[in-house]
Write a protein that binds this ligand. Structure first.
Ligand code: AMP
Length: 395
């Protein structure tokens, strides 16, 4: 069984072709700058050279055409024809009330279109990718794996905001949560590493350019830090995360801002970049902090504090915690950030294994043997999760 996984962004398309016999990646790549000057396809066959194809790529449809051409290319391809592909799994972001991955039907597309209002940046490219695929490969089944689906298990006490209830009924204004595929993948792996106990309390920290924390109770999402949109929760690369909502109207009034300008400040100009004034990228901020940049140091402290605050909150909500998981760019590689976060967890019976924590980008237990609370670094693999879900759906 071969599954093609597609992740469509507004101007990009990532792909991975899996051989599900052994879950190996046969080839993967990225189309960048779709519809922009300088568009390019980067393609790599496992164990082979990376190839770069510069071309005019005006749309997602053309990008998908290029991907199918390169995958079946006599020299750089890995399959003889697209008919070898059994299904396509799409990373889809906002699924509203859709509570699990599902085969794409016209009803699913209609629901995603209805939800564009809630995910204006993410759902339109995913819909474009799905439609382009349906046109190019009409006989291959497709599945949608939604970032919000894992969090549909949250109880109302976790997802209802303290706003007039009418707005929940009228606009489905509630916490949805995101990064669900990643939280689900690493939580399931942590559950295995704990020896599959019948009951478990796990806190997963997906710390990357976008960051969120999830309380996973007995394998199900119980609460999560992102909300109605991916802006809520932890401070991120350029997103503010939690702020006093009154700041929004205050700033709009003082700076004479339109809602769109305010949105840009909260989503693109805040967070690590906003505080440090250096970058949204953790590596550059750490470098600047080491050179004595005070605002860079402050940005790191605020980031770590946010994670510590959510871990504390979720340990309290679940009335305990058995394991912590760190994943995504910062969670997997940011050894100093992990140490800073873990410095505040002795009240949970946690002790850091400093030697283990010095490793980057590998699965490892970073708590000492005697630590009451276990902590793992688990590299996330959303693409594999999408491929697995897609396979299960077509089987
Ligand atoms: P992601 O969105 O998951 O790709 O994560 C991107 C973030 O991971 C950026 O802030 C990077 O600076 C950060 N990151 C990647 N490698 C490292 C590293 N070695 N140390 C600290 N942060 C890192």
């Amino acid at each position: 069984m071969k599954i093609l996984v597609l992740n469509s962004g507004s101007s990009s398309l990532k792909y991975q072709l899996f051989d599900m016999e052994d879950e190996s990646v046969m080839a993967k790549g990225l189309v960048e700058k779709i519809g922009l000057p300088g568009s390019v396809l980067n393609h790599k066959v496992s164990g082979g050279e990376k190839i770069v194809i510069d071309a005019d790529i005006p749309s997602h449809a053309v990008a998908i055409e290029m991907v199918t051409t390169v995958l079946t290319d006599a020299e750089h391809g890995v399959i003889a024809s697209m008919s070898e592909i059994n299904a396509v799994g799409h990373r889809t972001i906002h699924g509203g009330a859709i509570s699990s991955s599902c085969l794409i039907t016209s009803e699913v597309i209609a629901e995603m279109e209805r939800l564009v209002e809630l995910a204006p940046l993410h759902n339109p490219p995913a819909i474009l990718g799905i439609k382009a695929c349906a046109e190019k490969m009409p006989n291959i089944p497709m599945a949608g794996v939604f970032d919000t689906a894992f969090h549909q298990s949250m109880p109302p006490v976790s997802y209802i905001y303290g706003l007039p209830y009418d707005y929940y009924e009228k606009y489905q204004l509630r916490r949805y949560g995101f990064h669900g595929t990643s939280h689900r993948y690493v939580a399931a792996r942590a559950q295995q590493l704990l020896g599959n106990p019948p009951e478990s309390k796990i806190i997963t920290c997906h710390l990357g350019n976008g960051s969120s924390v999830c309380a996973v109770l007995n394998g199900l999402s119980y609460d999560t830090s992102m909300g109605f949109t991916p802006l809520e929760g932890l401070m991120m690369g350029t997103r503010s995360g939690d702020i006093d909502p009154a700041i929004v109207t205050f700033l709009m009034d003082k700076e004479n801002l339109t809602p769109e300008e305010m949105n840009t400040i909260l989503n693109k100009k805040s967070g690590l970049a906003g505080i440090s004034g250096v970058s949204s990228d953790m590596r550059y901020i750490e470098e600047a902090a080491l050179q004595g940049n005070e605002r860079a140091k402050l940005a790191l402290d605020v980031f770590a504090r946010g994670v510590v605050r959510y871990i504390g909150a979720y340990a309290a909500e679940m009335n305990g915690v058995d394991a912590l998981v760190f994943t995504a760019g910062i969670g997997e590689n940011g050894t100093a950030m992990r140490e800073a976060i873990c410095a505040n967890l002795s009240y949970l019976g946690f002790a850091l294994d400093k030697e283990a924590n010095a490793q980057r980008g590998v699965e490892i237990c970073i708590s000492t043997q005697s630590s009451k609370l276990k902590a793992f670094v688990i590299p996330t693999n959303e693409e594999l999760m999408i491929a697995r879900d897609t396979l299960e759906l077509i089987e």
